[in-house]
Write a protein of this length. Structure first.
Length: 365
């Protein structure tokens, strides 16, 4: 493996940001996607045009959907919607080698656990270090067929490996390029701070009438009515209760907004409405959006699943999932990250802690 070569899997704004930025740092970058058509223009130009807080033409090697190309890289950054994590794991499994570092950016809830479980099911024998981040490093958007605008780079991003005793290896590799990645004790910490699962599905579903009637409105300023935010607070209370039962200290959604954005509001609704970073963000124009098709199966469902393991009821989260299933005639429960898909079925809390720290074959019955 070539330690100066990094593979980026994905073709959207986050993948472009990582690939372009790494190239401008002097790193050899391979970029590939399950949908190679989204990389066609970049392949023709041979570079990603990076603007914003980072500027330049980042030269990259486009490998289409040839996942064998990861074989001679050391670090693999997976930057795709979370519902694509399992298919990506199956695609890369035959080509992974010992000491490969694979990082999901971000993992949402249970990403690294699901990815590792899929690798095992695919009979991958390589000793791979799989990790997840709590959020995307960049605030960015794709521009044109070959560009990305990086509006900001976060000062800190939490990262954890599964099992946790691999986290120093992962952070050591990431910190060669990005000092912003900071270790946390386990993937429960990154997974249970998935704030998007709190904000997105509920707000979309409770504004479904406005969305489907074609109304143009701001998602946060206009969509966060008193009733909507009351339900958000219940979802967040259940998330925090699951985290507390599992011994994970997490911030409430309001505390997170105050910390991440410096808002001074004392209620969740006012913080969401008045947050300058959320101003101008339009509501989706249909219900066929990532806020449901990503955040329900890879956010709310694993949260309810961890609630079962922790013996914590999550009735509001469960109701939002049921509402999404009914509204879209789509069985999210069937495709979501359940305890079985996370490799946690039948575990006690004690067994979970041992498993998260040391992985397979560590659980003392």
């Amino acid at each position: 493996m070539t330690e100066t070569s990094v593979a980026v899997i994905g073709g959207g704004n986050g993948a472009r940001a990582f690939a372009g930025h790494l190239s401008l740092k002097g790193v050899q970058v391979k970029i590939l996607s399950s949908f190679p058509q989204e990389l066609e223009a970049i392949k023709r130009s041979g570079a990603i045009n990076v603007t914003g807080v980072v500027e330049g033409e980042g030269k990259v090697e486009v490998c289409d959907d040839n996942f064998e190309a990861i074989s001679d890289t050391h670090l693999i950054l997976v930057v795709v919607p979370a519902f694509a994590h399992a298919p990506i794991a199956r695609a890369v499994a035959p080509y992974l080698k010992d000491d490969h570092v694979v990082v999901l950016n971000p993992g949402r809830t249970g990403g690294a656990l699901e990815f590792s479980h899929v690798l095992k099911s695919a009979n991958c024998k390589a000793n791979v270090h799989v990790a997840e981040t709590q959020t995307l490093l960049y605030a960015c958007r794709a521009e044109g067929p070959t560009g990305v605008r990086i509006n900001g780079i976060k000062k800190e991003v939490a990262v954890a490996a599964f099992p946790a005793d691999r986290t120093p290896i992962v952070t050591g590799e990431l910190n060669k390029y990005f000092p912003q990645f900071k270790p946390v004790p386990s993937v429960l910490y990154t997974s249970l701070m998935n704030i998007g699962a709190v904000f997105h599905p509920t707000t979309v579903l409770l504004n479904a009438g406005r969305i489907e009637s074609g109304e143009t409105f701001e998602f946060y300023r206009d969509g966060m009515t008193p009733a909507v935010t009351a339900v958000l607070e219940k979802v967040d209370e259940e998330r925090c209760a699951v985290a507390k039962s599992l011994g994970v200290p997490v911030s409430s959604a309001l505390e997170w907004l105050q910390s991440a954005y410096g808002v001074n509001d004392i209620t969740l609704r006012s913080a969401l409405i008045n947050n300058p970073a959320y101003q101008g963000i339009k509501a989706p124009t249909s219900l066929n959006v990532r806020y449901l098709f990503e955040d329900v199966p890879t956010g709310l469902i694993p949260l309810t699943s961890l609630g079962k393991l922790a013996c914590v009821d999550t009735p509001t989260c469960h109701a939002i999932v049921d509402l999404a299933c009914a509204a879209l005639s789509h069985n999210f429960w069937d495709e979501g990250r359940t305890l079985e898909k996370l490799g946690l079925k039948g575990m006690s809390k004690r067994e979970l802690y041992e498993y998260l720290q040391h992985g397979e074959n560590c659980i003392s019955k």
